[in-house]
Design a protein around this ligand. Structure first.
Ligand code: ZN
Ligand code: ZN
Length: 157
């Protein structure tokens, strides 16, 4: 849990720094992403007029399968510009738990489609070869098309 004492922040800025287990992500079981690495955070909490401001960074690591080539891929996910505001009039507790809000900041950094790299060439739709690793012969699709046409012409004769 990431939390701080509201009365302490009223007196001085508080620096929150630590790690959370991979369960911090709260990823559902059928999510394309999984994580077994810790989440690291460094946050500064300070009091401003009428509100409490949290800034800082959070970083974690997730695993997924590349959407193009289906190879496993591990990605570092981080954000360095967290900015959370809490209106003092809304704060009821002496300890404010901001775990869920920090999690959301990290979750929005997850790409919609996991890719091993932007340049991933993916799998050949014809033979399934991973085109990052080798070139298959299917790239000469023009030749194959003409070959099929030849066959049709021959039949008509
Ligand atoms: Zn890939
Ligand atoms: Zn192929």
């Amino acid at each position: 849990m990431i939390k701080f004492s509201v009365s302490r922040v009223e007196k001085e800025p508080v620096f929150l720094e630590g790690t959370e287990g991979p369960e911090f992500w709260g990823l559902p079981e059928n999510d394309p992403y999984t994580s077994d690495k810790p989440v690291v955070y460094e946050l500064q909490v300070r009091s401003a007029a009428g509100s409490i401001l949290v800034t800082g960074r959070v970083e974690g690591t997730v695993s997924a399968v590349c959407g193009r080539c289906l190879e496993p891929v591990e990605m570092e996910i981080f954000t360095e510009d967290i900015e959370l505001y809490y209106a003092k009039s809304d704060i009821r507790e002496e300890e404010l738990d901001i775990t869920a809000d920090v999690r959301d900041e990290l979750l929005i950094e997850l790409p919609m489609n996991p890719l091993c790299s932007e340049e991933c060439k993916g799998l050949c739709p014809t033979c399934g070869t991973n085109r990052n690793k080798e070139n298959c012969q299917c790239t000469r699709r023009g030749n194959l098309a003409w070959g099929a046409l030849d066959a049709v012409v021959t039949e008509e004769k």
